[in-house]
Write a protein that binds this ligand. Structure first.
Ligand SMILES: Nc1ncnc2c1ncn2[C@@H]1O[C@H](COP(=O)(O)OP(=O)(O)OP(=O)(O)O)[C@@H](O)[C@H]1O
Ligand SMILES: [Mg+2]
Length: 375
């Protein structure tokens, strides 16, 4: 991927994949993407201050230093870039930044900024010190991007008046502000944009005990009775992602109210998540179907993506975009130049004994390292 050479055209391709992913993924209880229900409830569940934010210890500490420094100097802090997979807390942190600084937050998103004029109208109405949050900043249109560079660096925009050879650029001063950009695709940001951020934070997947704290906090806010062992059970199945943890909590709470006495114990959480077909490791039906086809029908691979997709009755893209990333991250499958292979962990995951001679993939008969070609 040559993100900095032709970011515009690359991004168009990725956007397409992004929207397809949304379509394929939206009905899954373990999707990291926000659905309509999530959006409704997330406002209420978001931590408001840095001290309430669970996990991401290093990012939290770095951020607190940056914010404290800015507050002491009485100036807007550097522009900040937040990157990481969906549902880990980028929007939450952007809101926290504004709250900690005690300034308003202006929300917009890359896809909403199609023309330079869209951006100019936001920038020119910012007040001194305001935080401007651009979600999915990798999707800002090219012409607006140029304007953003100037705004970030000199707090100035050039408003072009007229057309053709007679057009003139009128410089316009804008308030000094802090840009907070969020992206799930940091690699797609053109270098000049990336370089203009003074602080970059990459969010990582959460540990189960951190997710346990998050669901207990959410349960408190939702008025649900959650026992510690119930929290542990939900946390372990949440794929390292707070958004998924909060969603599973809501499903389990419904189950607890309808099928039990309303108290979420480990037993109740297990029964509920079994009903929703989310297993101990957070794999759902599609994940297991893919894994099981790979292991049982193809002896652990290597097998090509399209063959694997036919075996589970899905589009290759669904397998690739929806199921594979988590299976790879969980260390259950690997992408190799010759196709997909199951790792040694796949057999026990499915409750099967390892084949004689070991798995065919990395650590087995040796097909080279995982994921070099297709990552
Ligand atoms: N560290 C955290 N502590 C508590 N709750 C969290 C934390 N991180 C995220 N959440 C919760 O997870 C949900 C999703 O977080 P958020 O919307 O900030 O993710 P995001 O990274 O912006 O996702 P996307 O890439 O889809 O925009 C929110 O409801 C938020 O309350
Ligand atoms: Mg977000």
């Amino acid at each position: 991927m040559t993100g900095s050479d032709q970011p515009g055209s690359d991004r168009a391709g990725i956007d397409q994949a992004g929207s397809d992913q949304a379509r394929n993924d939206k009905d899954r209880v373990v999707s990291p993407l926000a659905d309509a229900d999530d959006r409704l409830i997330e406002g209420a569940l978001r931590p408001r201050r840095l001290a309430e934010f669970v996990g991401q210890g290093r990012v939290r500490e770095q951020l607190s230093v940056v914010l404290e420094g800015a507050l002491r100097r009485g100036r807007a802090p550097d522009h900040m870039l937040l990157s990481g997979p969906p549902g880990l807390g980028k929007t939450t942190i952007a809101m926290i930044i504004a709250a900690e600084l005690g300034v308003p937050l202006r929300l917009t998103s890359g896809p909403a900024i199609e023309r330079a004029g869209d951006l100019a109208s936001v920038l020119s109405t910012l007040s001194e010190g305001e935080v401007m949050f651009i979600d999915e900043i990798h999707r800002v249109a090219r012409p607006a991007e140029e304007m953003l560079y100037l705004a970030m660096e000199d707090f100035r925009v050039d408003v072009v008046v007229g057309k053709g050879p007679g057009a003139t650029a009128i410089p316009l001063d804008i308030a000094s502000f802090t840009l907070v950009g969020a992206t799930t695709r940091a690699g797609l940001l053109p270098a000049p944009l990336r370089d203009r951020f003074g602080f970059t934070a990459h969010l990582d997947f959460y540990e189960p005990d951190e997710l346990g704290v998050i669901v207990r906090r959410s349960a408190g806010l939702l008025g649900a009775t959650l026992r510690d062992d119930g929290a542990e059970e939900i946390a372990g199945r949440s794929r390292g992602t707070p958004r998924i943890a909060n969603r599973l909590l809501r499903r389990v709470r419904d189950f607890a109210e309808v099928r039990a006495d309303g108290v979420i114990t480990r037993r109740v959480a297990r029964d509920a998540l079994e009903l929703y077909e989310v297993d101990e490791n957070g794999l759902d039906r599609l994940d297991r179907a893919v894994l099981s086809a790979l292991v049982s029908r193809f002896g652990g691979g290597p097998v090509g993506l399209s063959t694997l997709a036919v075996a589970v009755g899905e589009e290759p893209e669904t397998v690739e975009v929806v199921a594979e990333p988590f299976l790879v991250r969980a260390g259950l499958i690997a992408r190799t130049p010759r196709g997909r292979v199951a790792t040694a962990a796949a057999w026990p995951q499915l409750g099967l004994p390892l084949p004689p001679g070991g798995p065919p993939g990395p650590g087995g008969a040796g097909l080279g390292g995982p994921g070099t070609l297709f990552d």
